[in-house]
Design a protein around this ligand. Sequence first.
Ligand code: DP6
Length: 358
Amino acid sequence: MTAQDFILKSYNSNVENGSVKWASPSNIALVKYWGKKEGQIPENPSISFTLSDCKTITQVTFSKKTGNNFSFDVYFEGEKNEAFKPKIQTFFERIETYVPFLKDYYFKIETSNTFPHSSGIASSASGMSAIALCLMDIEQSLSKVEVDNDYFNQKASFLARLGSGSACRSIEGELVVWGNNESAEGSDLYGVKFDGELHPNFHEYQDAILLVDKGVKQVSSTVGHKLMFDHPFAKERFSQAHNNLAKLIDVLISGDLKAFVEIVENEALTLHAMMMTSMPYFILMKPNTLEIINKIWEYRAKNMSNICFTLDAGANVHVLFPKAEKEQVYEFIKSELVAYCQNGHYICDSVGNGAKRL
Ligand code: DP6
């Protein structure tokens, strides 16, 4: 597939109005996307678990309009929200070539998250993928050509990527690869569902998100990705991501949990190492992030557990563990880790199957 294949060629502009609604999940990267080229093209391949419960629910109601401009309003949790508009305006500008009906309609975008707004969890992946899916759904109701499910998902992911890179990994489950690579089917343009036979060890893998710092991110991901331009270790990092992806693909099939832990933690710490060694440099972990990591290592050694952690570009900790360890690990979280969470807050999630039409 090339970008050209995603251009909608003809559509029926007689459709006056309509409404669509989608729920789209967040995802957590195991091999991280950090660094991008022009046009939201990743510098290296990434792979993520799609989450089950952390989702954005978006309804888009559209009605015919005249004039040659984008016209839309955004409602977040029932209230009109001006702050989200610039991001969506930019998104519309980037995707107009592919969904040329955007200026023919007024869009009312009503959105809400299943996770608390001020949790410090990035909602751009679930938020952008939910809008992309709604627009694909609208495209289907206007289009003269019926497309299959694969094309629908690919184009939804392609559009979502233009909103936020990691959003392209939120359309399907349980794992999605994004970026050209030598080890798994993948594309720089959209996320591809991991099609290997996933070892049962990874079914319903658990992700407890420990909210260490619910504040606004110190570094937005857009700024963060730019730090990889001229980064002294960029070349090595991008090649490491290819190697880690290759190893992880084998592990997902073999079920080798020890190797899984090693790759995932290595990726998380490398992401933060890149931020610490860029110019300007940042430390996004908080003291409690480190306390939690040390506790996880202690618990793993003592209990022969396969618990591990990963991090996004912030202080919160994603605690990953097999379903078989669920009871014991939640006991451990409650007794030893909650103390390091802001107001004792954490979110229990697990690997899910992707977005759903509502
Ligand atoms: C650290 O997808 O938020 O979470 O493409 O600029 O919107 P933009 O960036 P974004 O970056 C996510 C970075 C990450 C790692 C990852 O999810 O792979």
